[in-house]
Design a protein around this ligand. Structure first.
Ligand code: GLV
Ligand code: MG
Length: 349
């Protein structure tokens, strides 16, 4: 195990010092764009104005013969717009570590836009060794290309081995920003019998006991992702990182998308991926706390200014623990209000 002092030393001479905290950013949606398509690139500034994070996707969904085009397209797109000035995060999803594109993805992107890139998303992370490799390689490239702030790493949780090693992945480097659930690859890796990208399944349900009179038994669908989400949220929170729901592939089913995102939000996630412009408004609505809940949380904080003691508000008992929950909600709302005037007004913050 690395000693605490060494943990925060740069891994290459001339690389920037590792971050001690994740920069506080609103990241309700990570919007995926395919940068090999010129038509899409042309629309990026317009789309960026509606999202918290824009991500140039180089991995799955980009055809093998367009990988180089996508990488170059991402560099062009990253240089063409000042996303930081817009308050929009700039991320890329590189190809996985055993692919023939990895080395060029990382080296060309750090050389081309290392000072503009916030986060590199790494797919199919199996264990801390994957993060250690990226950490060292990035430090070398940052030093070579004069990158002044460390590029953060975000792992996708999408293999059974990755799930087993999630805590070690979170602890692997101060570059770690967070983890996203990758339900499609994870389903395959686990041998789940599904053909979907996230969401529920009509056959995964609980059923009532048989009725004495033989009448039909109630049965409801369950959340296939509950266990993984809980594991991910506990691991990321314990290590001071952020958790995200990944993709929801049924673009036409915005209701199901909203429900899946909402479950993730309630369980502690900061945001989700959006694959289509229609999902942006859903993520924005879901990952911005409900104004009624924020108003109630504000009442708790006002009633117990130093966070101790006990109070009754609207017939509900409040104590140190509910004060802490209220603070989570109000801090989240305040951060969003700071970015988004529309929400500053709604929350009265
Ligand atoms: C995302 O990459 C997934 O596999 O769901
Ligand atoms: Mg995947």
């Amino acid at each position: 195990m690395k000693t605490p002092r060494n943990y925060f030393k740069p891994l290459a001479i001339g690389a920037p010092a590792p971050l001690r905290e994740i920069p506080p950013r609103v990241e309700r949606m990570i919007h995926f764009v395919p940068p090999h398509l010129e038509k899409v690139r042309a629309k990026v500034p317009q789309i960026a104005a509606t999202v918290d994070v824009i991500l140039g996707n180089l991995e799955d969904a980009i055809p093998a013969d367009a990988k180089t085009l996508a990488r170059r397209g991402f560099i062009e797109m990253a240089n063409a717009t000042d996303f930081a000035a817009m308050g929009v995060g700039l991320w890329t999803r590189i190809n996985c570590l055993n692919s023939p594109w990895l080395m060029d993805d990382v080296s060309e992107i750090v050389e081309g836009v290392g000072n503009r890139l916030d986060v590199m998303m790494v797919p199919k992370v199996e264990g801390p060794w994957d993060i250690h490799f990226m950490d060292q390689y990035l430090a070398q490239l940052e030093a070579r290309h004069g990158v002044t702030k460390p590029i953060q790493l975000h792992a996708i949780l999408e293999t059974a081995e990755g799930v087993n090693n999630i805590e070690a992945i979170c602890a692997a480097s101060p570059r770690m920003h967070g983890i996203s659930l990758g339900p499609a690859d994870l389903a395959a890796s686990r041998g789940m019998k599904t053909t979907r990208v996230g969401g529920g399944h009509p056959y995964y349900r609980v059923i009532e006991d048989p009725k004495a009179d033989g009448s039909p038994r109630a049965s409801v669908q369950q959340d296939l992702w509950h266990y993984t989400m809980a594991k991910m949220v506990d691991a990321t929170a314990a290590y001071g990182l952020k958790a995200f729901y990944g993709p929801f592939g049924d673009i036409a089913d915005l209701d199901a998308c909203e429900q899946q995102f909402r479950n993730a939000f309630l369980m502690g996630c900061a945001g989700a991926w959006t694959l289509h412009p229609d999902q942006i408004a859903v993520a924005k609505r879901v990952f911005s706390p409900d104004p009624g809940e924020v108003a109630f949380a504000k009442k708790i904080l006002e009633a117990m200014p130093d966070g101790s003691g006990v109070a009754m508000i609207d017939g509900k008992m409040q104590d140190d623990a509910t004060w802490k929950q209220a603070k989570v909600l109000v801090d989240c709302a305040r951060q969003i209000a700071g970015k988004d005037p529309e929400f500053a007004e709604v929350y009265g913050l």
